[in-house]
Every structure is written in structure tokens, then in C-alpha cells.
Design a protein around this ligand. Structure first.
Ligand SMILES: Nc1ncnc2c1ncn2[C@@H]1O[C@H](COP(=O)(O)OP(=O)(O)OP(=O)(O)O)[C@@H](O)[C@H]1O
Ligand SMILES: [Mg+2]
Length: 331
């Protein structure tokens, strides 16, 4: 296959190439960003905890904030420790304290910043060691912790910091960013193709950009079919047709469709994941939809427990067909 060389080549992952450099480039989570911009303006950064799902811009915003606050002193004034560095008690004692005591020339009124990325992976003991350190050096050094779940950060640290929450990005926000990257990279795409990427990314911008780049390097053109080939997820159209049949109460046809999909080689969790996403956005009476999602959820639990067989999926399809019959009787 010949691959068209786009601007910048394939060497740089687009997630890094298009990582937001300033707070204004970070998409979505307006409430949180308003607070961050206010901090950048004010200059006095409190200790921060940023928490939220992967790929929503936490690491990017902390670095953008630090860059905005420290300007040219960014390189000397910031210490980043992430989950790939060892962060036991010794590191907290030596490296963090050492950095906190260092003299660095900074713009007036600014503080050195210690970024603890993926802080939920720090051991409880290391977090305990951080408590007092955060207070002792508070006149020169501030901490920014990024994590996926705030409950993994011990309470004393939570109480010393302002908590900023990130949520999954909206489809529209991801779409705009994808369009922008497509224009910059001169990618040929269809709108449906971008929608397919959004569908697979589930509000995770990193995932969306990676899937976009993977599709482009594999097939050049971003269309629905190519996206689902690259992401290796069942095509939602096929999954939709299963739900169509369930809604008609047509068990034999629904069973046939599920078996066909299974025979193309997808695993149980691939199929059930897509089934859930499709059902969630399917137009049907609210009560029925909740029943559907409940059944799919239960089946998902069993599958996650290790019972990933075709029988589970067929049982689920049969139950979904029955729901409609029951609803029909009640009417
Ligand atoms: N809000 C956003 N606006 C623009 N680009 C984003 C945004 N969120 C993520 N990205 C893109 O995804 C990449 C990863 O983002 P980032 O490292 O900030 O995620 P994260 O929230 O720290 O995720 P994790 O929890 O996995 O560490 C960035 O390089 C950027 O290209
Ligand atoms: Mg991160």
C-alpha cells in the first residue's frame, strides 16, 4: 500500500503534536478552565488536584498553567514526577524536598511548581509523607496533582488543595478539534468517518486523535468503514440491526444477527460494549430503554466475570426480545 506523506510525516504522534500549549487551546470543561485562567492571571497558584477521566486535558492544562505562570522560568521552576518515575517515600523526602529548597529565580510573586501526574498511583505512605512537605514549603512551592479518581488521594491532601474536576468531552468539542487537525494535516475525510471516531472515543480526546492518525496511516481516507476496521470494533450498523430485531420481538432473527456478528470474530466484550453505546443513543420509549440498558449491564457484568460465551449474548438477545412482548401486553 502506498502511503501519502502528510505534512510533518508520521513520526510525531498527533496527540503530542497537537497537545495544547496554552490554557486557551484546551477544549471543553469550561468551568474548570475559567478557574485555571483566573489563577494564571492572579499568579498565586493554590495547591491543586485535577481529576477526571483519561484524555480530557489534565496533564496538558497543568503544564499550560505552569508555562503561563512561570514564562521563561518554566524549565527550572517546574518538577514533574509521573507514574513512570519511582515515587516512594524516599523520593518524596529527597527529590521533592531538594527541589522545594532549591533557589530558582522566578517572576515576582510566583512559586515553584511540583507536578505530580497520575497521583492516584502513588502509595498511601508516599502521600502521607507529602502532607507536611506541602505545608512547610508552601511559601515557595505549590503542588499540582493530576489523577483519574480523586478518592485515591488521601483526605489530608484533598483538604490542602483546591479540587478541579474534568468530565468527558462532548461530541461537538471533539468534532471541532478533529476537523482542525484534519485541516492541518490535509486529511481526506467524510463527516460520517469523524462521527465514527467520536463514537469509538467516548469523550476521550487522546483516543480520538490516536484513532484518527491510525486510520489515516492505515487507509489514508477517513470513512466509517475504515475507522471501524482500524479500531476493530463491530460496526454500529450491524449492532443497530440486532436491536431493531429485538424491538420487533423477533427472537429467531435477533439470534441469527448476533450469531453472524459473533462468527466474524469479535469478542463478547467488544460486542456488548458497542451494544450498550448503540442502545444508549437509540430512539425508543424511555422506560424500555432503561430496561434494555439494565439487561445489557447485567450481561456485561457476567461477561466481565469471565463468562464470555456466545450463549450469554444469545440469552441477552432473547431477553431483549421478551421485554418488548411484555411491554406490548401491558399496553
Ligand atoms: N481538552 C483538550 N483539548 C485539546 N486537546 C486535548 C484535550 N484533552 C486531551 N487532548 C489531547 O489528548 C492528549 C492527552 O491529553 P492529556 O495528557 O492532557 O490527558 P490527561 O487528562 O492527562 O489524561 P490521563 O488521565 O490519561 O493522564 C493531548 O496531547 C491532546 O492532544
Ligand atoms: Mg495525564
Amino acid at each position: 500500500m502506498t502511503t501519502k506523506k502528510t505534512k510533518g510525516g508520521y513520526d510525531v504522534p498527533w496527540v503530542e503534536k497537537y497537545r495544547p500549549r496554552s490554557l486557551d487551546d484546551v477544549v471543553g470543561n469550561e468551568d474548570t478552565l475559567v478557574r485555571l485562567r483566573a489563577i494564571a492571571e492572579d499568579g498565586n497558584m493554590p495547591n491543586l488536584i485535577l481529576c477526571g477521566p483519561p484524555g480530557t486535558g489534565k496533564t496538558s492544562s497543568v503544564h499550560a498553567l505552569a508555562r503561563q505562570l512561570l514564562g521563561s522560568a518554566y524549565n527550572n521552576g517546574v518538577l514533574e514526577l509521573n507514574a513512570s518515575d519511582s515515587r516512594g517515600i524516599d523520593v518524596v523526602r529527597n527529590k521533592i524536598k531538594g527541589f522545594a529548597m532549591n533557589k530558582v529565580s522566578l517572576p515576582v510573586g510566583r512559586h515553584k511548581i511540583i507536578i505530580l501526574d497520575e497521583a492516584d498511583a502513588m502509595t498511601g505512605a508516599a502521600q502521607q509523607a507529602l502532607r507536611r512537605t506541602m505545608e512547610i514549603y508552601s511559601n515557595t512551592t505549590r503542588f499540582a496533582l493530576a489523577c483519574n479518581v480523586s478518592t485515591k488521594i488521601i483526605e489530608p491532601i484533598q483538604s490542602r488543595a483546591a479540587i478541579l474536576r474534568y468530565s468527558r468531552l462532548a461530541d461537538e468539542q471533539i468534532l471541532n478539534r478533529l476537523r482542525y487537525v484534519c485541516e492541518q494535516e490535509e486529511v481526506s475525510y467524510t463527516d460520517d468517518g469523524l462521527q465514527a471516531i467520536i463514537f469509538t472515543a467516548e469523550g476521550d480526546m487522546r483516543n480520538a486523535l490516536n484513532n484518527l492518525q491510525a486510520t489515516v496511516s492505515g487507509f489514508e481516507h477517513v470513512s466509517t468503514t475504515n475507522v471501524f476496521k482500524v479500531c476493530d470494533q463491530p460496526h454500529p450498523k450491524k449492532v443497530r440491526s440486532i436491536i431493531d430485531r429485538c424491538l420487533k420481538g423477533n427472537t429467531p432473527e435477533a439470534v441469527k444477527a448476533v450469531t453472524e456478528l459473533w462468527n466474524t470474530g469479535y469478542s463478547c466484550s467488544d460486542i456488548i460494549g458497542t451494544l450498550f453505546k448503540v442502545a444508549k443513543s437509540y430512539e425508543m420509549p424511555e422506560a424500555l430503554k432503561l430496561e434494555y440498558l439494565r439487561e445489557i449491564g447485567f450481561a456485561h457484568m457476567k461477561i466481565a466475570d469471565g463468562v464470555g460465551t456466545l450463549l450469554q449474548l444469545l440469552g441477552l438477545a432473547a431477553r431483549l426480545c421478551q421485554k418488548v412482548e411484555v411491554a406490548g401486553v401491558m399496553e
